[in-house]
Ligand binder design. Sequence first.
Ligand SMILES: *Cc1c(COP(=O)(O)O)cnc(C)c1O
Length: 402
Amino acid sequence: MPDYFRHHPDSKGFFGEHGGAFLPPELEEHFREITEAYLLISKSHKFISELRSIRKHYQGRPTPVYFAERLSELVGGCRIYLKREDLNHTGAHKLNHCMGEGLLARFMGKKKLIAETGAGQHGVALATAAAYFGLECEIHMGEVDMEKEHPNVIRMRLLGATVIPVREGARTLKEAVDSAFGSYLSQPETALYGIGSVVGPHPFPMLVRDFQRVVGIEAREQYQEMTGELPDALCACVGGGSNAIGLFSAFLDDECEIFGVEPIGISTKAGEHAATMTYGMPGVIHGFRSYLLQDDDGNPAPVYSIASGLDYPGVGPEHAYFKDTGRIQYETASDEDCLDAFFTLSRTEGIIPALESAHAVAFAMRWAREHRFSSILVNLSGRGDKDLDFVTEKYGFGEEHK
Ligand SMILES: *Cc1c(COP(=O)(O)O)cnc(C)c1O
């Protein structure tokens, strides 16, 4: 796909039929300004070198690629490699785009960053960026998630952010997005919406992807240096799709099979999973067109996953495009698969993954059992510290996963 990134998205923000910017008229001008500012700074030497310096000296990049030898043996010999985004400052890949958004906000003269958060990882990452750049920060979070991910609520407050509890509907990620967007609507002159994934109206799916591309660029080089070749397959969990697109974007022209892994939760029944690609239909949510889990009236359906960061009824438009073109395959992992991978990776490798990332590990283990002589590179998007209380109180210490 030569020149893929130059032509995707197109000038209106579309990836094939997905994406775009479906905005209230009063926001159109503001989004045009954000697009222009981003296109300007993304070509600026000063911006690129400042971002590069932040990544190296503040975030701790490059993060390593690691050969998970004991896990590989356990599943029958297929070589499993992990891109260690869990070792990023704040413990997940999200800081990659949050520092970019912070830099953009400062360039545009904004005073405040506003966003929603699911598991709290995005809120923590954005609050971190706000502290770094000396900006105010307002994070909207569903009450259910606030309880489940309490340590992250404390972190955000320590970092100086205001956390706004969202009490509507299912009180999780979707309602938090609605609430944060409402707040942004009242102050677009002084605030920048710091979207947490490759979702939302143009230009966010593009700019978040661009900020995450560092993951794939590093990983491809590191993998080649370690092995002299490229992996046979790649996989990453897909909530909105930012960690996945970050890794995948460097391998689109290669022969690797690419798998996005969505949460099938408890069952395939509506409301008990968040497998948007598998069960969704095209629709518009939060200002962009993509696949969407919808109820009979076309409204976003209730969704569920054990991993708060994955329970979103939409998905990034670029993923929808890659589903349509067939370049990326979308598979699922259940709560049970996820827990098995969570305990197994902890015991075999000494790495406690985020529940989100454990979905990708679960798929890799399944794929590995069927491809003994192959290799797979997994994006380990985050660490599991935030999930420890929830998992151990509910499921113990995984003795049966030995
Ligand atoms: C938020 C989060 C995700 C899901 O977001 P994507 O945009 O799909 O990457 C995955 N893993 C971790 C650790 C997260 O915090």
